[in-house]
Structure formats: structure tokens, C-alpha cells
Design a protein around this ligand. Sequence first.
Ligand SMILES: Nc1ncnc2c1ncn2[C@@H]1O[C@H](COP(=O)(O)OP(=O)(O)OP(=O)(O)O)[C@@H](O)[C@H]1O
Length: 544
Amino acid sequence: MDGYRRAGAISPRAARTERNRAPGDALRHDDCMLLTRLAQVSREVAATAARSRKIALLAELFRDAEADDVPIVIPYLAGRLPQGRLGVGWKVLGRPVPPAAEPSLTVREVDARLTGLGKVSGPGSQAERTRIVGELMGAATEEEQRFLLGLLTGEVRQGALDAVAVEGLARATGADPADVRRAVMLAGSLQTVARALLGEGPGSLDRFRLTVGRPVLPMLAHSASSVAEAVEKLGACAVEEKLDGIRVQVHRDGDTVRIHTRTLDDITGRLPEVTSAALELRGKRFILDGEVISFDAAGRPRSFQETAGRVGSRTDVARAAEETPVSPVFFDALSVDGRDLLDLPFAERHAELARLVPEPMRVRRTVASGPRDVPEAERFLADTLARGHEGVVVKALDAPYSAGRRGAAWLKVKPVHTLDLVVLAAEWGHGRRTGRLSNLHLGARTPDGGFAMLGKTFKGMTDAMLAWQTERLKELAVEDDGWVVRVRPELVVEIAYDGLQRSTRYPAGVTLRFARVVRYREDKRPEEADTVEALLAAHPEVSP
Ligand SMILES: Nc1ncnc2c1ncn2[C@@H]1O[C@H](COP(=O)(O)OP(=O)(O)OP(=O)(O)O)[C@@H](O)[C@H]1O
């Protein structure tokens, strides 16, 4: 409670009590938030372009929310299902059900029903799913039905919503938005922080500290078109080789080592050689950031597919480690000897890293102090490419570590430009590809949270990829007319292309030239895919 008093703010609960005194408050129901309220706010938030208005709307919603509503309310607002996949297709959703006249559904009830829906399996499951969805839709008003349909088809993704929700939460509870952001970054989950804040107030934020053994979301990079541009933007910077492997965060506490992926999965058991390497380092307690990658006997990087295949294999780890050993290559230190380094400038974090980690286990780098060092930085890029790596990451030496963010302080420069797009549909193949889902319909994000199709491709897929994508896309299917299978827009795929050309056939007015699949990016959510806006900005030659 102290936090509230310090901040001079009114607690959400106290605000609610006052509100509850008002007669005729139809929007509360046993203290649990009604879906109608959420659907209304969601519509209003989407309808306004003003960030301040969005924040005000969300703050008001959060003031009325119970801590237990929040893990449902936040993903619903962003268009995400907390259950992940539910396996309801268009056949089930497309059936119209007469709406209820009055709202009665609570968000928790909806969540419980959807959890039930996700558990249906075995014979007769289609009929059972239809029954559950019919019952849910029948209990929903027209507006609620629209909201639920958007949620279940996954067609609306408000990627920017989480950032607005942070501000709304801060406003609702009197916390400092910067403190909320830092807590979210360290907790790795907005919902966890929201729940603590709404239940216990701003004082609870102290709980979310950087802790060895508890992974945090990694810092990410933006793109620059050249080393010169990156150096000009950042000033004094390090130019580091960009290794095409798998991002890892390595935590060591005494004899215990834990290794986490970029999505915070624990993969310690799959990488015994990385554990041994971490145990040989000088420090006893640390968190390091880096990449694991497999090198061949000549010291050249193996393909991304080989490294990813190795990191992905869970069975017979000893044999996999022998066949495709991987090496950790570190580039940052987040915590050393119990000291949190996140807010220190990169130059200082790197000095700590260098103290702990010997050179062969760190990425190669050169330092540029300004424009006059560009030629040297360009030589470093050329040399890095010649050694088989994909490019460089240019990093401001004075920047803190912004966990979980695509900070402006890291700029990647890669000669082969790729896009992360979302698979919207796939066509059944023919000939050799009969029975396989082959030609992919690719979409980029639009400002309204939807996706605009940019083109199709069936190129670049290996047989293994074809088999995998067929299974995966079948799980996501919402409609199949025997030719095109429309899917929930969830799968992110990395696409190489040779440029853009104008086209009246596609909604953004442009299409990709020679699009081909590079790899699937299961570590990315559709909200992280590239936007039409950024694509057009990168190709002024086709902009209308
Ligand atoms: N020296 C390095 N510093 C930072 N990241 C590096 C470095 N070398 C390789 N990487 C990898 O590059 C990624 C940074 O690029 P970005 O943040 O854009 O992620 P991404 O979208 O996965 O990029 P890409 O698709 O180009 O790999 C990191 O997540 C990490 O896996």
C-alpha cells in the first residue's frame, strides 16, 4: 500500500469501491469484468488514432479490472488467445448464431469456456466444438460476437497494444511508466506485472529485479542499409560480426548453468558443451548474452539449418553433440557477480564481458569512433562476409541494454535483405507436391492490426520444410476450398526477394519479385512481422 501513498494515487480497488456506490452500474458483474465492457473498449481503442486517448481508455478499463481479469484482458485486447491454438476452423465459426439481447458473459467465463474448447479431442470432437462455440456465441450480444470472432480467427493483431497497455497500467495505478516498462522487461511478461500492480500497487514493482537464473527478453536490433549509415546514426560504436546461429542467454550461479532461447525456453539439456564452456569461465555468477553456432572443421560457420537442427534436437543429445558440436560466442554481459549491468553503457558492459570471457568465445569486433573510421568498419564487414557470416551488428557504445526491445542502439547491416512475413493461406501442391501445402500466400502487417497480402511463393522449400509446413498449416487452417487453405495468421516465415514491383492485384499496390523461403521463424510472433509501411519506405522506387 505504501507505494500508493507515496505516489499520492488512489488504488484501483478504492476507485472501484467508489464506483460501486454509483447506482445503475450495469457493467460490473460479481466484481468480474464483463466481456461487453472489453469489447466496447477494444472497439474504441482501435477507432482512435490518438495514443493519449488509447492510454486513457485503457487506464479506465484497468481501474475496473480485478487482478485475475488481467491475464485475460491484456491478450484479448491485443488479439491474442491465452490458450494459443484452439483448433476451431471456419466450419465451426462460420455458422451464424442468434445473438443474446443483454450482455451477461464475463471475461473469465469466456476464458474458461475457451480453455474447455481447447481440451476437446478424439471422435466427435468437431460436433462438440461446434456445440461449445454455438453456446458461447448464443450467450454473446452482437458486438461481443464480433469481438469473439476476431479473436478466434486471429485476424486482428494489435501489436502496439502492449506498449499502450503499459502506459495505461501506469496511469491506472499511479506508477511511473518507466518503472512499469523496466519491470515488464525483467519479468518477461506484461500480464505478470499487471497482475502485481493491480493487486498490490506500485510497491510490487520492486519484486521484478534482474536475477541470475531468471531469463529476461533479449535486446533486439533495427536495420541499417550500410555501415556508413549505422556509424553516422550511432556515433562511437562497436562493429561486431553477426553470426547466423541461435540466440542464447546463459545464466551461471556457482555450479548451476541454465541456457535460454530468445523466447525464454530452457534448452540447457540440449547443449551440454555450452554448459561446460560456461563452467570454465572465470566468474561464478553471471548472465551472458550471445549466439550458439556450429563451425565446421575449417572454422567456417555451418548453415543456419544445421545449427538450428542441432539446437532443436532433444533426443540422443550426446550423439547430436558429437556430430554437430556448437560453440557459444558471447557479445554482452547483463549481470556479473551479482551486479546488474543493464543500465551501464555498452562500453562498460563489454569490459566486464572481456574480463570474464576469453577472446575466441567472444564475437569479433572493431570499434569506430566516428565517420572517419567508416572505411575500417567497411573492411571489417567485408572480412566478416568472407569468413561466411551474414553481416554485422553496429552498437552504440554509450547505450544501456534494453531488454525485450528493438532498441535504436543496435543496427544490423546485412547485404542479403530478407522480410519476416506471415503465412495467410497456402495452396495444395500438384505433381511431386500432391498432398502437400505448397504455394504460400504472404502478408505484411497493416496499421489496423491486419495483414496485406504481398504475393505468393513455392520456392526455396526443402522436402522436410514442405512436410513440416503442411502439418503446421493444417493445424492453423480455418477454411479449405480444395485449392486454397486459409489459415490463422500465426506462422512467420523469412523471405528473400529481389525487389518490389507495382501491382494492382494486391491490396498494398505492390508485390514481391522472386520471393523465396529462407526459413521459418517460429521464434517470432505475427506482431513482430514486417509492416507494409516499412517495406514501402525501404523501396521509394515503387512508392505511389
Ligand atoms: N554480435 C551480435 N550482436 C547481437 N546479435 C547478434 C550478433 N550476432 C548475431 N546476432 C543475432 O542477430 C539477432 C539480431 O537481429 P534482430 O534483432 O533483428 O533479430 P532477428 O529479427 O532475428 O534478425 P535476423 O532475422 O536478421 O536474424 C540477435 O537476436 C542474435 O540472434
